[in-house]
Write a protein that binds this ligand. Structure first.
Ligand code: BEZ
Length: 256
């Protein structure tokens, strides 16, 4: 099986049930954005639009883009101007006062620079880019368990299976600056995160590319094994699971 076909797939109902905390925990980056009424804002990787809605409520005119048809449909049901657009082909030119992105940029591993350049093109002079994504060390224990378990199934080239891009501060700052942004804030923030419905549903929601490295009939056992491996590290004595999240949060601006 090629790496190409091991893509993440999104199901808005599953996401709402097992991953609502992702948008609930997006308030800090929303504060960094400092929305002003009347601004035009692009939400890059808007998902089902839960956070996009908060930007709309602050009086901005918001366009949301996402590459998942199911997520775009869910966002439209909230009344959001959501469009099915690849982050690698943003079709905007000097249109937005700000670009916002929460928990999406780490899925754009193939070419982060293409995404950042598309953001730059989309912004008006002086525009700002506020984002939060997984940073270096994010879900490290989970990634080790996924890779070690896959290795046990004889999967080769494990390094290429992970769909996630979790940069260091230095790496992401350099990319932003190379694209012409001045960085006003950029920080790596450890944020252990309680998983409301546990580890197994988290894996089923977020680790699909790892599952797809295996035949369909081996996937359920694979997830059981990963969950078992992680139990002594991430499950507490009451049965609550905490994932080892590390966020990279930033605010960058273009010159006037
Ligand atoms: C995150 O939001 O940090 C994340 C999302 C998917 C997989 C791993 C981490």
């Amino acid at each position: 099986m090629t790496a190409q076909r091991r893509t993440q797939e999104w199901n808005s109902s599953r996401y709402a049930e097992h991953a609502r905390f992702v948008s609930d925990l997006g308030q800090s980056v929303l504060e960094l954005l400092e929305v002003r009424a009347g601004e035009r804002i692009l939400d890059l990787g808007c998902g089902d639009g839960a956070l996009t809605e908060s930007i709309v409520l602050r009086g901005a005119q918001v366009v949301g883009v996402d590459s998942s048809p199911d997520m775009v449909q869910a966002a439209r049901l909230r009344g959001i101007d959501a469009r099915l657009v690849s982050a690698y082909r943003l079709p905007f030119d000097c249109e937005f006062d700000a670009v916002f992105s929460n928990a999406a940029l780490h899925w754009m591993k193939r070419s982060p620079d293409v995404v950042i350049h598309g953001v730059r093109r989309a912004l008006k002079p002086g525009g700002r880019f506020a984002g939060e994504m997984g940073g270096h060390g994010n879900v490290a224990a989970i990634t080790v368990a996924l890779c070690a378990t896959l290795e046990g199934y004889g999967v080769k080239n494990i390094g290429s299976v992970s769909p996630w891009y979790f940069p260091t501060c230095e790496q992401y700052r350099e990319r932003l600056e190379s694209a012409g942004f001045a960085v006003s804030w950029l920080e790596l923030i450890p944020r252990p995160t309680l998983l409301p419905t546990g580890m197994r549903p988290w894996l089923e929601t977020f680790a699909i590319p790892f599952m797809k490295a295996l035949p369909v009939d081996e996937r359920s056992q694979f997830l059981d094994e990963v969950t078992k491996r992680l139990h002594p590290v991430l499950c507490d004595f009451r049965g609550g699971w905490t994932a080892d999240y590390v966020r990279l949060r930033f605010l960058a601006r273009l010159g006037e």
